[in-house]
Design a protein around this ligand. Structure first.
Ligand SMILES: NC(=O)C1=CN([C@@H]2O[C@H](COP(=O)(O)OP(=O)(O)OC[C@H]3O[C@@H](n4cnc5c(N)ncnc54)[C@H](OP(=O)(O)O)[C@@H]3O)[C@@H](O)[C@H]2O)C=CC1
Ligand SMILES: O=C(O)CCC(=O)C(=O)O
Length: 517
């Protein structure tokens, strides 16, 4: 394949370049991918700004058709995308075909959301000229797009959280042009997805600045993108260090902008005594399957399990150890992610209060082996480092003396994407006091399931308090993700001829509205 980056309608080749790497072998893959120059980054941001006013006022039907055209263009490239992505990520075809389906599915969901029109949140307070002691003017509000958005492709979801992924889909749905900074680990996959969007922009007759795709390692291009005055918001999925660096860069701008970063989470799972008594072995198998799925490279990985000492936790641990023995080593996304996993799991293994319960099958040169650890709640609370995310196929079982200690250990945790409870009816009474605490800690509370595998739907919340995300008021998955890229504007006594279409008295776009006398 020929490497390139995309600035509006232009395809840029040549210049200083890098190559994608085969995740399984480390070998260089075809394609010289140029590092985006400062001039071209400037052009991408300028084009995005120039496209903004036209794009944000496209009729809902036109914007929805554009999102659907992207989905179609991705599907037309399915074979090439999956083949290249397998090499760049080490993920198997079955996973990537599923992920591509999720990607096109979320584009189509946002098309539907845009058509329905609730996102515009039109509210009208009618004029009350006779009101005493003062008349009320006509007041109407709607939400408009915030402006061009910078999106950082994630390494661990090279399709669904990357170039054409959830951040891009929700920003485009809101009416924001997007400049994507491709993840260095999958330049070819990024280009194929970027070409699909570029093609859809042209097919739908939209201004070219609606989409650009830039490349560049070493933080430089990403930081310059976040600092660019045309950029009005940022979407990011990745490390805590990366996310907080971008938050700092955005806050230090002369005009600070919001950063929606999804970063780090250990996703506590609580195994209640009744559930353990009923099915310790089944729970252990489900647990090991979830923590080792695709080498544990999920921010929803169940990184920590809490159970009461003296319950059936011994049987659970023994069954989990047995299941671990069947876990084959798996290729990780990049050598950097593999060495971060090895470092993080070695730190756990070396902590005095932690014992290693089991290992998966031995790992090879570029693969990660699964690891299972155990500790007690008092040690966990005494050493905050034990609850840091270890990104990969490892997890920690925490024994608690009683429900009071379990509650204290959960209260001690940082913000999380998810909190999971396994319980039967006899456990429910002792769980009631824990529910408000879990609401304070997590964006999603689940019963009798495992946190990996996020449903893309209207009610999904893939968010949570820091460090799970930089802003707990929102989600990066599901229909509500569009809210991040909208802001309200109120129009007071503005003549109908000058009102934007969504607010005109005749409601030419047929958007839903709430009106108050
Ligand atoms: N919780 C989660 O959802 C995930 C967590 N991770 C964690 O992140 C680690 C590294 O993985 P990776 O995916 O590369 O994540 P990173 O956060 O390191 O990188 C993600 C993107 O952000 C950019 N970036 C990172 N740091 C900065 C910075 N200081 N300034 C400007 N841009 C920056 C990178 O660009 P550039 O290439 O220029 O550095 C890259 O495009 C993993 O080992 C894992 O611990 C990873 C994926 C998901
Ligand atoms: O579990 C999922 O489907 C999504 C996980 C996620 O957002 C991530 O790993 O970055």
């Amino acid at each position: 394949m020929e490497g390139a980056y995309l600035i509006g309608a232009r395809r840029v080749t040549g210049g200083k370049a890098f190559r994608g790497l085969d995740a399984a072998t480390g070998a260089e893959l075809a394609g010289d991918f140029p590092v985006t120059t400062a001039e071209d980054l400037e052009t991408a941001c300028r084009l995005a700004d120039a496209a903004f006013d036209t794009y944000r006022e496209t009729a809902p039907a036109a914007r929805a058709a554009f999102l659907e055209a992207i989905a179609e263009a991705l599907e037309a490239r399915r074979e090439a995308i999956v083949e290249r992505c397998m090499a760049e990520s080490g993920l198997p075809a079955v996973r990537l075909n599923g992920e591509l389906g999720r990607t096109t599915g979320q584009l189509r969901m946002f098309a539907q959301v845009v058509r329905e029109g609730d996102w515009a949140d039109v509210v009208i307070d009618k004029a009350l000229p006779q009101r005493e002691p003062l008349p009320r003017p006509d007041l109407r509000a709607r939400r408009i797009a915030v402006g061009p958005v910078a999106v950082f492709g994630a390494s661990n979801f090279p399709l669904a959280f990357s170039v054409a992924g959830g951040d891009t889909a929700s920003a485009l749905a809101a009416g924001c042009p997007v400049v994507v900074k491709a993840h260095q680990a999958h330049p070819g996959t990024s280009l194929l997805a970027g070409e699909a969007i570029q093609e859809a922009v042209a097919k739908c007759g939209l201004p070219e600045g609606v989409f650009s795709l830039v490349y560049g390692p070493g933080n430089e291009i990403g930081t310059a993108l976040v600092r660019h005055p045309a950029i009005r918001a940022v979407g990011f999925t990745g490390s805590r260090g990366g996310g907080t660096a971008l938050m700092a860069a955005a806050a230090a701008r002369p005009e600070p902008i919001p950063v929606y970063a999804e970063m780090s989470s250990v996703n506590p799972v609580i195994l209640m005594p009744g559930a353990l008594a009923a099915n310790a072995e089944g729970l252990a198998k489900g647990y090991v399957a979830s923590l080792s799925l695709f080498a544990g490279q999920f921010c929803t990985n169940p990184g920590m399990v809490f159970a009461l000492a003296g319950s059936d936790v011994d049987g659970f641990e023994a069954a989990a150890a047995e299941a671990m023995g069947n876990v084959a080593p798996q290729v990780m996304l990049t050598s950097g992610i593999l060495s971060a996993y090895e470092g993080g799991s070695a730190k756990l293994a070396g902590a005095g209060s932690v014992t290693e319960v089991a290992q998966g099958q031995p790992s090879g040169e570029r693969t990660a082996g699964a690891r299972l650890f155990a500790t007690d709640a008092a040690s966990l609370m005494a050493d905050p480092a034990l609850s840091h995310e270890v990104f990969g196929p490892s997890s920690l079982v925490v024994r608690c003396a009683d429900m009071a200690e379990l509650t204290a250990a959960i209260a001690d945790m940082e913000g999380q994407l998810t909190a999971t409870i396994h319980a039967v009816e006899s456990d429910h009474a002792s769980l009631a006091p824990l529910m408000p605490l879990l609401e304070r800690k997590a964006g999603r509370i689940l019963f009798n399931g495992w946190p990996t595998g996020v449903e893309v739907c209207r009610s999904m919340v893939h968010g949570g308090p820091f460090p799970a995300t930089s802003d707990p008021r929102t989600t990066s998955v599901g229909a509500m993700a569009i809210e991040r890229f909208l802001r309200p504007v109120c129009y007071q006594a503005v003549p109908d001829t000058l009102l934007p279409a969504p607010l005109k008295e005749a409601n030419p776009l047929g958007l839903p509205r709430r009106a108050f006398d």
